[in-house]
Ligand binder design. Structure first.
Ligand code: PMP
Length: 286
């Protein structure tokens, strides 16, 4: 396989970064994960807009134009054989000479790293045989700017590990009695035949998959609302889903060891999963 680092493609074992990189010292960087199906980048514009926003909010210089980013991503996919892959893309504030919290002055070039990963076959691809996943609720211990896709993922990592240790695949996070999101996903519930997801704010990452699910609900006249979800609404929901670019829409069938709804992937999930998959197939020529 090949990765990209600061202007060149290379084998992963040849990619070296300074320990004085601010990504290493301060987790001073941002990232994106962009899926490609059949070698075709999925929702690339949307991911680029979010990348630009993360860079602007952290005042890290954007080293590339949109065309350059697209070319780099397409080359990386080609060099890794195309097909279904995800691109992990990270930009840090760069490597400095001394450890100082304040930004380097004059600025140094940002560090750009990209690699590909495999995408598992998502549950949404086969709605009729999907078994669903388990989740637990945990206190959202993260900072107040979760809208920035920052590489500072220690809280997310600790939370996800707690979920895994409890035999679940995701932690659904609660702040002041309200659902924010998952440790690496956005959260949806179905209540009274309405699809509900928390509104975008500084408390959650504006997920590309989230936005597409909301868009598909509107397009297919499935009632959908962006509003706060309380802990008790979560517990009483008929369906719970978590969404992310690499896992798409995952039905949660158990929350804290209690069945969600009737304990199997729900009918609204199946409908939305079908819409999602046919949208993806059309767009990527699958
Ligand atoms: N929230 C968090 C905290 C995440 O890490 C992710 C995915 N990495 C998401 C939401 C989902 O975002 P997307 O659909 O763009 O992958």
């Amino acid at each position: 396989s090949q990765v990209y680092l600061n202007g060149a493609f290379m084998a992963p074992q040849d990619a070296h970064i300074s320990p004085l990189d601010r990504g290493f010292l301060f987790a001073d960087g941002i990232y994106e994960v962009i899926p490609a199906y059949n070698g075709v980048l999925f929702r690339f514009e949307e991911h680029l807009v979010r990348l630009e926003r993360s860079l602007a909010e952290t005042a890290i210089a954007n080293p590339h134009s949109r065309d350059q980013w697209r070319q780099l991503c397409e080359q990386l996919i080609q060099r890794n054989g195309g097909g279904n892959l995800s691109i992990y893309l990270q930009v840090t504030r760069g490597a400095t000479e001394k450890r100082d919290h304040a930004f380097p002055n004059p600025p140094v070039p940002p560090t750009v790293f990209m690699m590909t990963g495999n995408i598992a076959v998502p549950a949404a691809d086969s709605p009729d045989t999907a078994t669903g996943s388990k989740a637990i609720t945990l206190d959202d211990i993260r900072w107040a700017r979760c809208d920035i896709k920052s590489v500072s993922l220690l809280p997310n990592s600790l939370l996800r590990q707690q979920a895994v240790a409890a035999g679940a695949s995701e932690a659904i996070l609660l702040r002041d009695g309200f659902v924010t999101e998952g440790s690496a996903s956005n959260v949806f519930i179905v209540a009274e035949s309405t699809v509900i997801t928390p509104p975008k704010s500084h408390a959650i990452l504006g997920g590309i998959t989230r936005d597409l699910v909301v868009e598909l609900c509107h397009r297919h006249h499935i009632p959908v609302e962006e509003r706060e979800i309380t802990e008790s609404q979560l517990r009483q929901a008929d369906e719970i889903w978590v969404t992310s670019s690499t896992r798409e829409i995952v039905p949660i069938i158990q929350l804290n060891n209690s069945a969600v709804g009737i304990g199997t992937p729900g009918p609204v999930w199946k409908t939305v999963a079908r819409h999602y998959v046919s949208f993806k197939r059309r767009l990527c020529g699958l």
